[in-house]
Design a binder for this molecule. Structure first.
Ligand SMILES: Cc1cc2nc3c(=O)[nH]c(=O)nc-3n(C[C@H](O)[C@H](O)[C@H](O)COP(=O)(O)OP(=O)(O)OC[C@H]3O[C@@H](n4cnc5c(N)ncnc54)[C@H](O)[C@@H]3O)c2cc1C
Length: 303
């Protein structure tokens, strides 16, 4: 979507919002899929209520993007402008065992920064790409760790009220790759509480998780991590593998040869290719196992 109203652009710029017209979203996502749209980079949290007010007033639909590592965006011109938080410096601050982190911070870098302060508990998250905000939205997790366990407070822009609020950890449900944040909430910052642990011990844990990841995932190919959530008590990857679908392709969208629940962009895959592959695999799993797989990747559907 392109904003052609110069008064609106000027009002957004006055809020410190950087307006980047006609950005290729394929370059902003780990899958390398997505069309174009105007991109609005927010430098100050407190500008959000007014920014959203302006967009709503002008009937400009918007979506929020973190690091782009868990999304499948449509091809062509997107029907939304895309909002993103600018990185802050510093983006991690320490207060004993509490850590205040800006949601635009890189998740992996946050884990290693905490390790250097002898704060652990998040070793499993080390290879999860993307931002801290994206991890909160998805309750990202791996190897027995999930971010929600450590959340004490979240500063969030609430779409419903148009206000920035502080939510206590106990007010938020963190489940397997699901949270109780509303779809139009935008997380801005989080306070985590982490256990004290010697740096060396944390590094050992990180090394083990990195090795496991390197041994099982196609890390040199473009993907969005696991495409499907695991069904209760089961493994989506194992079912897809048992169906002999590793390497199966639609156009350049392909089931990874290395990890059957990773679908990769093996060239110039389109959203249409990837969606067809998702539906095909879902159908085969339904047919054989009677299980309806739910996507873990967030598909931005056109209205
Ligand atoms: C190689 C690879 C390995 C991966 N391994 C794992 C893994 O082990 N475990 C795991 O859980 N995930 C994994 N993922 C998926 C992904 O990295 C995580 O889900 C990550 O937390 C997404 O963060 P992001 O900033 O990239 O979010 P995005 O992809 O940008 O966004 C995902 C969704 O969250 C929303 N969102 C993002 N930031 C905010 C915010 N601040 N406020 C409100 N909404 C927001 C977006 O609107 C979107 O709907 C992997 C991905 C890749 C490519």
């Amino acid at each position: 979507m392109h904003i052609s109203d110069s008064n609106l652009v000027a009002a957004m710029t006055a809020l410190g919002v950087e307006v980047r017209p006609g950005v290729s979203l394929a370059k902003e996502t780990s899958l390398g899929i997505g069309g174009t749209s105007d991109f609005l980079v927010i430098h100050r949290h407190d500008a959000l209520p007014e920014l959203v007010g302006l967009l709503r007033g002008a009937r400009v639909p918007y979506r929020f993007l973190g690091g782009g590592t868990n999304v499948l965006l449509p091809d062509g011109e997107l029907p939304w402008v895309v909002l993103q938080l600018a990185r802050q410096d510093p983006d991690v601050r320490f207060d004993g065992n509490y850590v205040d982190v800006d949601c635009a911070a890189d998740l992996g870098r946050m884990v290693t920064t905490c390790a250097k302060h002898d704060l652990g508990g998040m070793e499993g998250l080390i290879g999860v790409p993307g931002t801290v905000g994206g991890a909160l939205r998805m309750n990202a997790g791996a190897y027995g760790t999930q971010i929600g366990t450590h959340v004490r407070e979240v500063k969030v822009y609430r779409g419903a009220t148009g206000q920035i609020e502080i939510l206590r950890g106990a007010q938020i449900n963190f489940e397997y790759r699901h949270t109780s944040f509303a779809p139009d909430d935008i997380m801005l910052a989080v306070r985590l509480e982490l256990p004290s642990k010697p740096y060396r011990e944390i590094l050992d844990g990180i090394r083990i998780c990195n090795e496991k990841r390197r041994a099982s995932q196609p890390l040199n190919q473009r993907s969005a991590g696991c495409i499907f959530k695991n069904p209760p008590g089961g493994s989506a990857g194992r079912m897809i593998d048992e169906l002999g679908l590793k390497g199966y392709s639609v156009g350049d969208a392909r089931v990874s040869d290395r990890h059957a629940n990773f679908f990769v962009n093996a060239g110039n895959a389109t959203a249409k290719d990837m969606l067809s592959l998702i539906e095909y695999v879902r159908g085969r799993v339904r047919e054989r196992y009677g299980v309806e797989l739910e996507e873990e990747v967030i598909v931005w559907k056109e209205p």
